[in-house]
Design a protein around this ligand. Structure first.
Ligand code: PMV
Length: 331
């Protein structure tokens, strides 16, 4: 059956406070460990999907540039699942825009696949729950399951879809993102996880301790206990990186500026500023801070050598449909 329809969706990036790294099932893309993230208001992907019977293949444009190869193949795989659910064979045109650097460890795949899943489902008017859309996004990129929801969000070990832990207003912390490079990373997270699982003697320790760190992070978020959150979130990030550092050859995402920012955050916390850091599969450092201390810390981090700029974000909302005419997609 052919179908036509279009929808535009905005989804927000999320940053894990308890990290996901490793797959329980590579084919189904199920995570080996539970994770908990904060969705960010200030980092967004806007995506329009148009199913058009006139197309002979899917088309993907990212930030105005046509994409082929792996990015297009990953988008097509997600669209194939949506087409199968809808019982249609029509190809689609995808226009997508990130308002932050793409594929550099800034969670662009999370907001990207969350936006694509919801836009495709909406364009075909499929009556799916948010939970089902989260599962579609998760099959493309596990962290994307979490970007369907705003606020604090969890994705259990081997879970099909994410679930809300608390809404954005529960604890309006501020996230500063110290950007240390505009380049795309060398090793994507899927390859990095497989490599770590295959070659790192610390991978099994990471997988066995991650549930404890997740439980600590979740309890701290629910109790709004900053010090408890800081200790557990930093240990989760560093334990994940320790498993990568022990891989063969080592997977090192840290740059000199990454360590310099970590040092600045530790110094700030020692002198009483409620702040903690986390690092994903990239060189940037994400810093969680109480809003009252955000401006002074932002200035301090901007002065660290190697920091290009500092983005600032509050907790963000659910992924949602938006009006079709948008300046970022229709300049
Ligand atoms: O969903 P992926 O394949 O992009 O993996 C994300 C992995 C980390 O960002 C490093 C951690 C996380 O939980 O988001």
């Amino acid at each position: 059956m052919t179908a036509s329809g279009t929808a535009t969706v905005r989804a927000h990036a999320n940053i894990a406070l308890a990290k996901y790294w490793g797959k329980a099932d590579v084919v189904k893309n199920l995570p080996a460990v539970p994770s908990l993230s904060l969705t960010l208001d200030g980092m967004r992907t806007t995506t329009r999907v148009t199913f058009d019977p006139g197309l002979s293949a899917d088309e993907l444009e990212l930030g105005g540039a046509p994409q082929l190869g792996k990015p297009l193949a990953r988008a097509t795989k997600l669209l194939n699942e949506v087409r199968a659910l809808a019982g249609v064979s029509t190809f689609a045109r995808i226009h997508s825009h990130n308002d932050f650097p793409t594929a550099s460890g800034l969670a662009s795949s999370a907001s990207g696949f969350a936006a694509l899943a919801l836009a495709a489902v909406s364009a075909l008017e499929l009556p799916l729950s948010r939970d089902r859309v989260s599962a579609l996004a998760r099959a493309a990129s596990a962290s994307a399951a979490r970007s369907l929801y705003g606020g604090y969000v969890e994705l259990g070990a081997s879970a099909e879809s994410a679930a809300r832990v608390a809404p954005p207003e529960h604890w309006p912390l501020c996230m500063l993102v110290a950007v240390t490079s505009e380049a795309a990373k060398d090793t994507g997270s899927t390859d990095g996880m497989q490599h770590t699982a295959r070659t790192s003697p610390y991978y099994s320790s990471w997988v066995s301790d991650a549930p404890r760190l997740f439980a600590e992070v979740k309890a701290a978020v629910l109790a709004k206990d900053f010090e408890r959150l800081a200790v557990a979130a930093e240990q989760s990030a560093l334990a994940m990186h320790a498993s990568m550092l022990a891989a063969s050859p080592a997977l090192i995402y840290f740059r000199p500026a990454t360590l310099a920012v970590i040092e600045a955050v530790r110094a700030a916390r020692r002198s009483g500023t409620p702040a903690c850091f986390t690092i994903d599969a990239g060189p940037h450092v994400k810093v969680l801070v109480e809003p009252a201390s955000a401006e002074s810390l932002r200035r301090a981090l901007s002065g660290v050598e190697g920091v290009l700029r500092v983005l600032e974000s509050a907790p963000g909302p659910d992924a949602a449909r938006v009006s079709a005419q948008l300046p970022e997609l229709d300049p």
